[in-house]
Write a new protein. Structure first.
Ligand SMILES: [Fe+2]
Ligand SMILES: [Fe+2]
Length: 270
């Protein structure tokens, strides 16, 4: 495992940085999806049910950008730690397709919210399949590659839902990354609209989340809380996603409560 990964580079995926994986194909796919009109509309429209109608946390464009970025950072750190990825490999796809699977799954994982928030991962599947059928021919000539890649993306999308169990490392990365979008920015809209549910209030208590190379494990996630309500984000939401992700032994999570006068929880470790 590499011990000299710069922290700043670990927090943000940058197309022109050195990565521990082949990224040329990924960067072409990212440029495409970030400029695709249909995907852009989906990412905006998928926030109407959860935020406008249910006063729930952000599940739109900003959430997807953060999840995708953290998923790629997680992937980079895991690759530096020589963690094996089986999704693309089991299908006979290239190593370069691992990050493509993660990026496409992160982009499309929540689009089922346009149907309903409840059970949205199941609604994401047919909608994402339609988008992938349109997008993948731009990058893959072979019908076999298209079908196999599509299957892996849909598997990862399905398994971001807590009751489903990821069978690939790629799917595990998306599942954990989804729960790492927990800072207070995520709950700004519903909080301002009067939403005071536990998801909203606990998210308000999270100031910062950073990802970096750990000393004993490939990934160290540090979470700064400003009061004990943030424990719900870490101990309930994040722990549920980390459990059965397949990444439990590679990721260490440390949450620190920085409030001087709040000694209910000072430190929490998963
Ligand atoms: Fe979701
Ligand atoms: Fe999500």
């Amino acid at each position: 495992m590499s011990e000299d990964v710069p922290t700043a580079a670990s927090r943000t995926y940058e197309p022109d940085s050195d990565h521990a994986f082949p990224d040329e194909r990924l960067n072409r796919v990212l440029e495409f999806v970030e400029n695709d009109p249909e995907i852009s509309v989906y990412l905006d429209a998928q926030n109407v049910n959860p935020v406008t109608r249910m006063r729930y946390n952000d599940h739109g464009t900003q959430h997807v950008a953060i999840v995708r970025n953290r998923a790629l950072c997680l992937y980079d750190l895991l690759k530096r730690g020589n963690v094996a990825f089986n999704g693309a490999r089991d299908q006979g796809l290239d190593e370069a397709d691992e990050s493509v699977i993660i990026a496409l799954a992160a982009t499309l994982h929540d689009i089922g919210h346009v149907v309903h928030r409840e059970d949205h991962p199941y609604y994401s599947i047919p909608l994402a399949a339609d988008v992938l059928d349109r997008v993948l021919p731009d990058f893959y000539d072979d019908i076999g590659d298209r079908v196999r890649l599509k299957g892996e993306v849909l598997h990862a999308i399905l398994c971001h839902h807590t009751p489903e169990t990821p069978l690939t490392t790629e799917a595990g990365v998306l599942r954990v990354a989804d729960a790492l979008d927990m800072e207070r920015g995520r709950s700004r809209n519903p909080y301002d609209r009067g939403g005071r549910g536990i998801n909203t209030v606990s998210s308000q208590a999270i100031r910062d989340v950073t990802l970096e190379a750990g000393e004993s494990v490939p990934v160290l996630v540090e979470i700064e809380m400003t009061n004990a309500a943030g424990v719900f984000q870490v101990d309930s939401l994040l722990k549920a996603k980390l459990d059965d992700s397949g990444l439990e032994e590679f990721v260490r999570i440390v949450a620190l409560n920085s409030a001087d006068n709040d000694r209910i929880v000072e430190r929490l470790e998963l």
